[in-house]
Design a binder for this molecule. Structure first.
Ligand code: DLL
Length: 432
């Protein structure tokens, strides 16, 4: 049930002591080995010795993605290049990608954390793990791969894409765990159904899905279609990659591995820490990273701390399912809209497929939101009346959830582009 019980279930006081010791070492390393941090600390008159308690974390300045970009590619590294054994980078959908580096020790810690994450998510060394996260600069593929090997499971390094082959291998090789983005899992399920293969004919029992936001209803949909139990895994390249946090079998929030990552939830506007239960931006400080220590890194990911202990026995803090990023929140006619809200409505209503696209545009001075959604095969061939009814019901439900008027366009099954990695859910024509 645990990979490393001593650390995963460490009593709170002991964990805090370890965190403080590691925080002080990280701050020292950042100050002495990264000119960017030294300058940032000196600007506010802060010295490493000033960090005397975990509360002093709040005295440290934030680090942003822009800081990494300004120091592109290697300027934030705390070790000489001769110590770097691996380079990855973030997906970089906007602007220059950020480049991250790992020492041999970093890779060792990452593999260990990934093994821990896989066990927490339900995998064992007896599993056959079909790893359909992309291998390459993206951290998903190699992160899961090294963790699976550390765990001692049998990993199939299939990477993303070639979906029919994914299904064939899943069936023939007897894969028991699938790792990929939730949107790709859904696509695999769809192709499996097209190939006439039923969930009972495969050995898959567990899915470890992340790298993009997904709703609780999407989990249920994927679980049903593949006949598995699915958990949510979180991470980001700037901090390490996958393995920052994951759900346990309780499926009630993601445990953040707090012996390696110190977390805060802040109000993204004021920068002040928020109490458990309140949604805000997740900020992470790495505690053991050598090559690229990050101090109070603003992830832009939105979540909240879940108060109280978890029945699984792990003492590490839990955060709620991510609702999106501060920068993928759409502001439409002054109202905040997250694509995940649309996803929940569509899945709860039924009659449609969980494939959708939000198209934001501007007519004159007025923002418009069109939601394209695929209807299910049976309904599509049905009477026009029923389609009109569905469209009306969807529009009503979406408008009351989002608080703005929307246009719903029902489109043919399989007409929205499928994802093999991170799904594109929004086209904002106002920015083009
Ligand atoms: O997506 C690392 C990863 C790989 C995580 C495999 C999980 C599984 P990046 O490409 O740097 O790294 O993108 C990181 O993806 O800041 C979030 O916005 C988003 N993200 C990652 N996991 C989740 C999740 C990898 N479980 C960015 N829920 C992060 C919601 C997620 N968003």
């Amino acid at each position: 049930m645990y990979w490393n019980e001593r650390y995963e279930c460490m009593p709170a006081a002991e964990l805090q002591e370890l965190q403080l010791e590691r925080l002080q070492a990280t701050v020292r390393r950042a100050f002495f080995d990264v000119p960017f941090y030294r300058r940032a600390f000196q600007e506010i008159g802060l010295e490493p010795g000033d960090i005397k308690s975990l509360d002093d974390l709040q005295r440290l300045p934030f680090t942003t993605k822009q800081d990494l970009r300004d120091n592109y590619p290697y300027g934030m590294f705390a070790v000489p290049m001769s110590e770097i054994v691996r380079i990855h980078s973030s997906s970089g959908t906007t602007g220059k990608p950020t480049v991250v580096g790992y020492t041999r020790h970093d890779i060792d810690v990452w593999s260990e954390l990934m093994a821990r994450a896989l066990v927490c998510g339900g995998a064992t060394r007896h599993d056959i793990i079909q790893n359909a996260y992309g291998y390459g600069l993206f951290t998903g593929g190699l992160g899961i791969h090294y963790g699976s090997e550390r765990l001692g499971a049998s990993v199939i390094p299939i990477s993303g894409g070639n979906t029919k082959r994914q299904v064939m291998i899943m069936k023939d090789y007897g894969s028991t765990v699938l790792t990929c983005t939730p949107s790709y899992a859904l696509h695999i399920a769809e192709v499996m159904a097209e190939m006439g293969i039923k969930p009972e004919e495969i050995k898959l029992r567990c899915g470890i899905f992340g790298a993009e936001p997904w709703s609780e209803s999407m989990r249920q949909e994927i679980e049903k279609r593949l006949g598995i139990s699915a958990v949510d895994i979180y991470g980001l390249s700037e901090v390490i990659g996958p393995g920052v946090g994951i759900e346990c079998q309780e499926k009630n929030g993601l445990h953040i591995f707090a012996d390696h990552f110190l977390i805060e939830i802040i109000d993204p506007v004021t920068g002040k820490q928020l109490p458990p239960g309140q949604r805000g931006e997740l900020v992470i400080t790495s505690l053991t990273k050598e090559a690229l220590p990050v101090i109070r890194y603003r992830t832009r990911d939105i979540t909240s701390l879940i108060p109280g202990p978890c029945p699984c026995g792990r003492t590490h803090p839990r955060v709620a399912r991510f609702t999106g990023r501060t920068d993928d929140m759409l502001i439409i006619r002054g109202v905040n809209v997250f694509p995940s809200q649309v996803e929940s409505v569509l899945l709860e209503m039924g009659g449609t497929e969980p494939h959708y696209l939000l198209i934001v545009d501007r007519q004159g001075s007025l923002d418009t939101l069109e939601i394209k959604v695929e209807v299910s095969e049976t309904l599509f061939s049905d009477k026009v009346r029923r389609l009109e009814d569905l469209e009306k019901r969807l529009r009503h439900e979406l408008e009351s959830t989002l608080g703005i008027s929307v246009k719903v366009t029902l489109v043919e099954p399989k007409s929205i582009q499928r994802s093999e990695g991170k799904a594109v859910r929004v086209i904002d024509k106002r920015k083009i």
